[in-house]
Write a protein that binds this ligand. Structure first.
Ligand code: ZN
Length: 219
């Protein structure tokens, strides 16, 4: 019950902040025109709007276990693909950010699968999208610890999602025409850093450094 009260107080604040000034919400009452699609994980610690300080109307958000994008096939899960299609083809967003994170339970489940009955293992079935990533990590990093393998898989699965986005012809066309840009971001919960994939350097580099690194630089 305490949580519900917290939510109601939160909505009151939202109402005051956004709805009491008519000008601020006027355009949004007529419709949305977000410039960015974020594909993030369901994890409760990784709220895209909260992490990026966004306001209502800024982000179109798709969240699923481990921020995966299935490749474009006739049997791709329509819940995810329809949201991506709507954001790209109807809202015409200018960028897509695939936002992964450290300590991802979905990636952990992929790397150390439980033995559940096929018909009730929804997480296992969903995570099969990233099975090629798991195989690659196990092949290349078989000598590393489970934690190191998980982190490598978290990062590589972001790139896998970006590659899969390009299998959708309407995404590929817009990217080739320079109308749509794809980004791969990684929130390192442990250090507090935000990393972005650099296709030029072919690695994830800090967009925002860890808190410790910042205070060390300022000292
Ligand atoms: Zn996650």
């Amino acid at each position: 019950m305490q949580e519900i009260e917290k939510f109601i107080r939160g909505f009151n604040r939202f109402q005051q902040q956004y709805l009491s000034e008519s000008a601020r919400f006027d355009n949004l009452r007529r419709g949305q025109q977000p410039g960015t699609l974020i594909i993030g994980c369901c994890d409760s610690r990784v709220d895209p709007a909260l992490l990026t300080g966004s306001d209502p109307g800024d982000l179109f958000v798709v969240r699923n276990i481990a921020n995966l994008v299935p490749p474009c096939t006739p049997d791709a899960p329509p819940g995810v693909t329809s949201a991506i299609e709507f954001a790209v083809c109807s809202l015409e967003v200018a960028r897509i950010i695939v936002l992964g994170h450290a300590g991802c339970g979905g990636i952990r489940a992929l790397m150390a699968p439980r033995r559940l009955a096929e018909e009730t293992d929804f997480v296992g079935r969903w995570m099969r999208i990233a099975e090629p990533v798991r195989q690659r990590v196990l092949n290349e990093l078989h000598h590393k610890t489970a934690d190191a393998q998980n982190k490598a898989c978290e990062l590589a699965s972001i790139l896998h999602s970006l590659d899969n986005l390009l299998t959708y012809p309407w995404i590929r066309r817009r990217v080739d025409a320079g109308k749509l840009v794809l980004h791969g971001w990684y929130f390192d919960i442990g250090s507090g850093a935000l990393l972005a994939y650099s296709s030029r350097k072919q690695e994830f580099l800090p967009l925002v450094c860890a808190l410790d690194a910042e205070s060390a630089a300022a000292a």
